[in-house]
Design a protein around this ligand. Sequence first.
Ligand code: FNR
Length: 192
Amino acid sequence: MQLLGIAGSLRKGSYNRALLRAAAELAPPGAVLEEHDLRGLPIYDGDLEAAGDPEPVTALKDAIRRADALVIATPEYNRGIPGGLKNAIDWASRPALASPLAGKPVAIMGASTGRGGTARAQQQLREALGFPRAMVLEEPEILVPEAYLYFDEDGELVDQETRGQIAELLASLARVPVLAAVVDAGNIAPVD
Ligand code: FNR
């Protein structure tokens, strides 16, 4: 099973990228998680899209298509989803209802230095993935507040309870039948 990891933060020392590294370690046997870097994606622009997806967009959409499931780790910016991550979802959600996201199983998680642990960002992320018909797992919710308490100086997730929750989430993800094979682009008429 191929899992595609997407972090809503680009920085090297990102807690959310560290969460993805932990997820790669905790994935069930037979599942391999690789991270896709969102750096270089232009802002969504219908004129660019009409002229043919730019290369970073094609790379993102191909990676999502190839993956059996997605694992998204998001920070919270100003009480919501980071703009860069929302932009990536906007690109990947095209063509509407027949995009690479349609029917794709998704596990979400997030770490922030605030006390809310990305609850508000994750709520917005669920909503953004809903219209493209991605299938976002409900539980367990992985909320990491005050993230500096959960990671060591090497960026290793050391909180055992969170490690257990991530293992549980990924085991659930692996059990989701790959409905994307059924709900594939050919079976759903694209709309503008
Ligand atoms: C933040 N941060 C933040 N934290 C939070 O809990 N709620 C919030 O609304 C915000 N808002 C916010 C806005 C912006 C623009 C930045 C840059 C940061 C703090 C954030 O949780 C912290 O920087 C995390 O470390 C970001 O995640 P990464 O980069 O470590 O993955």
